[in-house]
Write a protein that binds this ligand. Structure first.
Ligand code: HEC
Length: 322
């Protein structure tokens, strides 16, 4: 049986196809899979060894068979091996047909009868590859004209706008499903009643033991005043909840305790509603008055009333009853 390619082409080609598949299907982040996961490297080496072994075995078997042939059969086999393969023949003839040039021996038929100082001209046909390309451009042109100038399909600007709008929609959709992607840099104060309600549930279940249900403070500091040990505002509060307080103080990292980023954003937004309320047994203020650096106001009193619209007991109760 004739082989299409010699083994020094066959083995690398098969190997790289397999390696490509592995790279495509194994999740490995930015690094190539065989660097990220040593198992992959081992697997690829195994594949290589098996391929080489198979080549070796097939080669050896062929050799044994060849040696067992008589002289005449050997000669026939050699002759068959020396023939060019069908694929190579096909490529050769197709290439020649597409060029469409006359072989040198037949050039006499197409020579033009002028002669400038020994320079003569051949009247070759247009090469078929060129002619076919030209036909293709004609067909393309007709389709293009009908599509864009008769049927008035969307031009590139409209197509761009449609795709842009689609991407925008995809981003919105993604953001909706990706609430857990927030960190203390990107977190925003949540105002949605459902989020605040969820935050309240978390607060009552996990935080009230130390901070009291009304945020008045116990083991943990008072959360209703404008004094903060670790910084106020949604971003700092989120960070404190996520990473924990100063070590040894009792405020653990809730990220490690299994609160999801979305839940930490909810409870942070909820507890910021305590700002300005009067708890039953307020703990003495700790830390410093926190001024929002992004706010243009300098008067802290105004910040409290304007940046935190929910400042009255009644509104918190309203959330609680929902
Ligand atoms: C075991 C008691 C305990 C629990 C439970 C607890 N905290 Fe704390 N919390 C503390 C202590 C103590 C501090 C002060 C940390 C410090 O001084 O570094 C604190 C600090 C804070 C602060 C920063 C206050 C400031 O002034 O900067 C926030 C915000 C906070 N906790 C939110 C929460 C939330 C939300 C939960 C529930 C998910 C929670 N805590 C659960 C004990 C607790």
């Amino acid at each position: 049986m004739r082989k299409l390619f010699p083994s020094y082409i066959r083995v690398p080609v098969i190997f790289f196809i397999i390696a490509g598949f592995v790279e495509y299907f194994v999740e490995s982040g930015n690094q190539p899979a065989f660097i990220e996961k040593p198992v992959v490297l081992v697997f690829l080496l195994l594949v290589l060894v098996i391929l080489l072994a198979m080549e070796g075995i097939v080669g050896a078997m062929e050799n044994v068979l060849y040696q067992s042939l008589d002289e005449e059969a050997k000669a026939r086999y050699d002759a068959k091996q020396a023939e060019p393969s069908k694929l190579v023949l096909w490529i050769k003839t197709t290439y020649k047909n597409l060029l469409g040039s006359k072989p040198i021996e037949e050039e006499g038929e197409i020579i033009l009868d002028h002669n400038y100082d020994g320079i003569k001209e051949l009247d070759n046909n247009l090469p078929p590859w060129w002619v076919y390309s030209f036909y293709i451009t004609i067909i393309f042109g007709v389709i293009y004209m009908i599509r864009y100038h008769v049927l008035n399909a969307d031009d590139q600007f409209t197509e761009y706008e449609i795709e842009y709008a689609e991407a925008q929609r995809a981003i919105e959709e993604y953001k909706k499903n990706a609430k857990d992607l927030v960190d203390f840099n990107s977190v925003e104060l949540l105002t949605d009643i459902a989020d605040l309600k969820a935050g309240e549930n978390i607060f009552v279940a996990k935080c009230a033991v130390c901070h009291k249900v009304d945020g008045g403070g116990g083991i943990g500091p008072n959360l209703t005043d404008e004094y903060w040990i670790l910084g106020g505002g949604i971003k700092n509060v989120f960070k404190t909840i996520s990473e924990g307080g100063r070590s040894g103080k009792g405020m653990v990292s809730w990220k490690k305790e299994g609160l999801k980023p979305s839940e930490m954003a909810q409870v942070a937004s909820y507890l910021l509603q305590f700002q300005g309320t009067i708890p039953a047994e307020p703990k003495a203020a700790e830390g410093e008055i926190w001024i929002d650096p992004t706010s243009t106001e300098t008067d802290t009193d105004e910040i409290n009333t304007e940046d935190n619209p929910v400042t009255e007991d009644t509104e918190i109760v309203e959330v609680a009853e929902n």
